[in-house]
Design a protein around this ligand. Structure first.
Ligand code: NAP
Length: 292
């Protein structure tokens, strides 16, 4: 783990805590206090890689990281994102020059830091030319407020284009036992260019855990309403059947599935539960040591 002093290469650990859930909004059963306790536990247990975004809890996830960071700052990697903006609860896609600079400034304030280790484009914005976004990122790199660039969720043609315009070091895609189509389509490019692949939603947003079964119901604010695995009843039921293939301990087997993919260099697991964090960490450490 660690960026080297000369800012040459980003070295990420295998496990990163996904900090969407700690904000306590949009996830069933989540609560801010529980999230803060989970984040503090992660720091104390030696987790060094934290993925967040302005949109997670509409700024709250970044704020909670910022509030608890001080003595750990130079020992951890903070990855945040730009491109998904929000105003009065409305979410938009914006990767224009001014918006990227503004978002970064706001993230720095919320995170209470003067640099972001890994700055990732969250989702494509088809309304902005890639060159314009790249210009903003270059400026932020020059100013040393961001150290490394990552891309999330880009289809292959756009990923190829942007990689030709600026040094991209990481990519982040949904990857789990049930969903990995887009990731598969970029994998050859990722390997050719030696990009660091980060998998998100390894537990299919909870579907591959015991928390979710056929009687699962959503609150109106549950973010999983946007996920076809959850909002398409037929696919949901089919996915629950496929989950059975994983056997008894679906969390462990879902993480083992990810771990077996050698192209995947890091995995983000999101939780607001201290107990789940510790369980996940133990499973991943076991997998890394080659134990069953
Ligand atoms: N770049 C992007 O576009 C993008 C998109 C989505 C996510 N992400 C990142 O990836 C992270 C992880 O992905 P995700 O949040 O979508 O989904 P995920 O990690 O697949 O699933 C999260 C869900 O799994 C549950 N869980 C976690 N560990 C568990 C355990 N040991 N036992 C039982 N349940 C467990 C959590 O519930 P509890 O809270 O109750 O533990 C939570 O509801 C996010 O936090 C975010 O940082 C990035």
């Amino acid at each position: 783990m660690k960026t080297d002093a000369d800012n040459k290469k980003l070295l990420l650990p295998y496990f990163g805590l996904g900090c969407w859930q700690i904000a306590g909004t949009g996830w069933k059963g989540a609560g801010k206090d529980q999230g803060a306790e989970t984040f503090a536990t992660a720091l104390n247990e030696g987790v060094t890689f934290f993925d967040t975004a302005p949109i997670y809890g509409f700024g709250l996830s970044e704020k909670m990281i910022g509030e608890n960071l001080s003595q750990f700052r130079n020992r951890i990697i903070i990855a945040t994102k730009c491109g998904l903006t929000f105003s009065e609860g409305k979410v938009g896609h914006n990767l224009s020059y001014d918006s990227v600079l503004h978002e970064c400034e706001e993230s720095l304030k919320r995170l209470k830091t003067d640099y972001i280790d890994l700055y990732q484009i969250h989702w494509p914005d088809t309304g902005t030319p890639l060159k314009e976004t790249v210009k903003a990122l270059e400026r932020l790199l020059q100013e040393k407020v961001i150290r490394h660039i990552g891309i999330c969720n880009y289809p292959l043609p756009e990923l190829e284009k942007i990689s030709g315009l600026i040094k991209v070091e990481t990519v982040q895609y949904e990857y789990n036992y049930l969903q990995h189509e887009l990731a598969d389509s970029v994998m050859n490019f990722v390997e050719d260019k030696n990009l660091h692949f980060i998998a998100y939603s390894p537990l299919a947003q909870g579907l591959l855990t015991d928390n979710i079964g056929s009687g699962y119901s959503f609150s109106k604010k549950d973010v999983r309403r946007l996920n076809p695995l959850f909002n398409n009843r037929e696919l949901f039921n089919e996915s629950l059947k496929r989950k059975k293939d994983l056997g008894e301990n679906t969390v462990r087997e879902a993480l083992r599935f990810i771990h077996s993919k050698k192209q995947i260099k890091s995995v983000l697991v999101g939780t607001c539960s201290r107990r789940h964090l510790l369980e996940t960490k133990r499973i991943i450490e076991g997998l890394q040591k080659g134990r069953r």
